[in-house]
Design a protein around this ligand. Structure first.
Ligand code: PLP
Length: 462
């Protein structure tokens, strides 16, 4: 396909970017000798940069966000119409798209009942943490206030979200952290902490119980987990893990908070990742795919039982959730989210995600047969990872620089893939793919063909 870009000279934009922009996730020294890359246009899975080069995007906007693909005019039209009519009012009052999207969302989440709007995944998680703390104060004299999080999981960038962060490199320089957050072990069987066990899922879940017993069950209010760990290495849960986790939460009266910021709204082939594992959560947070990046919106969703705890005594001035998110009152978010959801339904994107996800996983497994450097392949729906190792027998992780060389080689081929990076010391070695849910078989094959070529060039043939 040829570029749809016009031949405008965008060098002044490149200069403005280099002179004034502070990019996310970037060590800027490199931009003293190379131009920043500016993305100018997108359509479907393709984006074009300021030089007119076309790229096939395998990571939905870099951070698994643009679930319905680029260039969706109907979302832009719906947002425009809504903004002209009514752009904002604080969410202490209601809005038409806010109420409509909440209803549509709850239809997809049996057992859940209330939607709290906010701006980012981090903030949605903070809302849940605040509610958990408030429940501890109101019901347990402040005692049941601890929040468990898991090694390798990530829940956001703010100081308290980082306090629940299981990725040491992200956290290294930003402490001290909020007290009362306690880590439990990860559940990645390929990196088993308990040697070869036949019931690894149950063993990993029991490790959570061990932490609860060590801390004292009457001090633990909630457990916060990603259904499939994303940036920590695309970790799909082992068999038997989730039923046991749910059982443990019930046993000790611990609220279950599922962070669906990445998995939510179709990424794993069901509306929510947790729905594949029979989980009944008390809190679900979501952000990226909710409106596919067409507007900033995140949601914190709870059950009616949780909601009820915040309205029992109207005479008590503190018996409600004393919280606001200013931009949670922006109507662009729910207006975009309504269209985003309609597209997923009308175009059968959950089914496509299941079919194309299976193809992607098969392709990656075929690459694993060919390239010894691929130690493990994991995935759910259109969210897949290939862990690279220096040695298959010892599972020594591949050096991050060489993993990044694979990403760079794909980029040079016009294919954007991702890799875990600067998160887990020594273990930033997993290639990641999370294309838009509209991906076709040809596009899936192009991703894996590009990786095949990159692995051959970087590591030689197997
Ligand atoms: C699982 C998970 N939770 C929370 C967040 C934070 O979301 P945001 O960047 O919108 O604050 C992220 C971001 O990557 C994430 O992957």
């Amino acid at each position: 396909m040829t570029s749809t870009l016009t031949a405008n000279d965008l060098s002044h934009v490149v200069e403005a970017d280099r002179d004034h922009l502070w990019h996310h996730l970037m060590q800027h020294k490199s931009l003293e000798s190379a131009d920043p890359r500016i993305i100018v246009e997108g359509k479907g899975l393709r984006v074009w940069d300021a030089l007119g080069k076309e790229h096939l995007d395998g990571v939905s906007g870099g951070v698994w966000t643009v679930n319905v693909g680029y260039g969706r005019e109907r979302i832009a039209d719906a947002v425009r119409d809504q903004l002209v009519k009514m752009n904002f009012f604080a969410n202490s009052l209601g809005s038409v798209p806010g109420a409509r999207f909440a209803q549509r969302l709850i239809e997809k989440m049996p057992g859940m009942s209330r939607v709290y709007y906010t701006n980012s995944g981090s903030e949605a998680n903070e809302k849940a943490f605040k509610m958990i703390r408030q429940i501890a104060h109101k019901r347990y004299g402040g005692r049941k206030h601890k929040i468990l999080f898991r090694e390798r999981d990530y829940h956001g960038t703010t100081i308290t979200a980082l306090s629940a962060g299981g990725q040491p490199q992200r956290n290294a320089l930003y402490g001290p952290y909020t007290p009362g957050f306690v880590e439990v072990p990860h559940c990645l069987e390929y990196r088993s902490q308990w040697g070869e066990v036949s019931d690894y899922g149950e063993r990993a879940a029991n490790a959570i119980e061990e932490v609860i017993l060590r801390e004292g069950p009457d001090t633990v209010g909630a457990l916060c987990l990603e259904p499939v760990t994303a940036g920590g290495g695309v970790i799909t849960p082992p068999e038997g893990y989730w039923p046991r986790v749910q059982e443990i939460c019930r046993k000790y009266d611990i609220l279950l908070h599922i962070d669906e910021v990445v998995c939510g709204v179709g990424r794993t082939g069901t509306w929510f990742g947790y729905q594949q594992y029979g989980i009944e959560p008390d809190f679900v947070t979501m952000a990226k795919g909710v409106a596919s990046g067409y507007a900033a919106i995140a949601c914190m969703v709870t059950t009616e039982a949780v909601f009820d705890m915040f309205k029992a005594d109207p005479d008590d001035p503190l018996d409600y959730f004393r919280d606001i998110s200013t931009f949670g009152g922006c109507t662009a978010g729910p207006a975009a989210a309504l269209e985003n959801m309609a597209i997923i339904e009308e175009e059968g994107l959950l089914e496509n995600t299941q079919a194309m996800g299976a193809r992607l996983l098969d392709n990656l497994r075929a690459l694993q047969d060919k390239h010894a450097v691929i130690g493990d392949v994991r995935g759910a729906g259109l969210f897949c990872g290939a862990e690279l190792v220096a040695d298959r027998a010892s599972k020594e992780p591949m050096a991050e620089k060489r993993v990044q060389a694979v990403v760079a080689d794909c980029m040079a081929q016009g294919v954007i893939i991702g890799a875990t990076n600067r998160s887990l010391p020594g273990y930033n070695n997993t290639l990641c793919l999370s294309p838009a849910l509209i991906a076709t078989a040809d596009e899936i094959d192009r991703f894996t063909t590009a990786i095949d070529g990159a692995l051959t060039r970087v590591f030689g043939t197997a």
